[in-house]
Write a protein that binds this ligand. Structure first.
Ligand code: AMP
Length: 287
């Protein structure tokens, strides 16, 4: 029979509580891994918890739908929330602490500081979602103050976010190692996302065009195609043939860069953003 680990999970809502718990573990010589999330947990999030549990003695996760990283016309109000289910999943995966602050705990009256990460945060997601990365960088920095972990775990799914977080951590001398874990996908290739619950059955089928076009780009590159204009055209043609998917951008980014290349002459990350019905999806593929 499969064994489910049931470690005791402490649920903490106050910054000072999680900070003292983590510092006590550190003072006792334990290593701590931290997984920041916005909840509505799926196997993508849980793969980060697994990675933290594999590498660290103790694991903390945060569940906080961060208002400052949503634009005024985005889905903050309707973003999926199911705290009890999330806590059960964290408990099953051996998480030690869940930090579940209220917005007022993170943003007391008068809050006005914001971290601008600069050029890394400007294009692509930054251009499509003004203010998004300032919200992300600021909340990640705050969370790392409250959860002073040795390692913090992020998903490759939000590729530009990993570049923004790494830049911020390096520039502001944060004493934490940033780890990036692979994208977890459904069997048919759709990258797991909390926003996938918005998709109707028909939209979900159309959404497969994102990962299919990324795989197409990879196979064309393997067959010798190096011209990014050709690759983009082929991807767009495939997506158009599926229908119902409005592409916002397809970017060919040399590893760790946000300025696009025109020719494939080394490792690249192909990043895509598109709308399927009312749902905005992102995905990427390392070639
Ligand atoms: P979110 O709750 O959307 O803010 O995501 C929390 C963390 O989980 C981020 O570091 C995401 O990149 C990561 N994540 C989300 N979806 C996936 C996925 N399908 N595979 C791996 N990591 C993911």
């Amino acid at each position: 029979m499969a064994e489910i680990t049931a470690r005791s999970l402490q649920v903490l809502t106050r910054g000072e509580q999680i900070r003292s718990a983590v510092l006590a573990a550190r003072n006792a010589g334990e290593t701590v891994g931290f997984v920041p999330t916005m909840g509505a947990l799926h196997e993508g999030h849980l793969s980060l918890v697994d990675a933290a549990a594999a590498e660290c003695d103790r694991v903390a996760a945060s569940i906080f739908v961060n208002p400052t990283q949503f634009g005024p016309h985005e889905d903050f109000a309707k973003y999926p929330r199911d705290l009890q289910r999330d806590l059960t999943l964290l408990r099953q995966r051996g998480c030690d602490w869940a930090f579940t602050p209220e917005p007022a705990e993170m943003y007391p009256p008068g809050f006005s500081t914001s971290i601008d990460v600069g050029p890394t945060a400007a294009p692509w997601e930054g251009a499509a979602r003004p203010g998004h990365f300032a919200g992300v960088a600021t909340v990640v920095h705050k969370l790392l103050q409250l959860v002073p972990a040795h390692c913090a775990y992020f998903g490759q799914k939000d590729y530009q976010q990993t570049l923004v977080v790494r830049r911020m951590a390096a520039d502001l001398n944060l004493p934490v190692e940033i780890r990036v874990c692979p994208i977890v996908r459904d069997a048919d290739g759709l990258a797991l996302s909390s926003r996938n619950v918005y998709l109707s059955a028909d939209e979900r089928r159309r959404a497969l065009a994102l990962s299919q076009s990324l795989k197409l780009a990879e196979s064309l590159v393997r067959a010798g195609e190096t011209d990014v204009a050709v690759l983009r055209k082929r991807m767009l043609a495939h997506i158009a043939s599926v229908g119902g998917v409005a592409v916002e951008y397809i970017a060919f980014l040399p590893e760790d860069a946000v300025v696009e290349t025109t020719r494939i002459d080394g490792p690249v990350v192909v990043a895509i953003a598109a709308r399927v019905g009312g749902t905005r999806l992102i995905d990427n593929w390392r070639i």
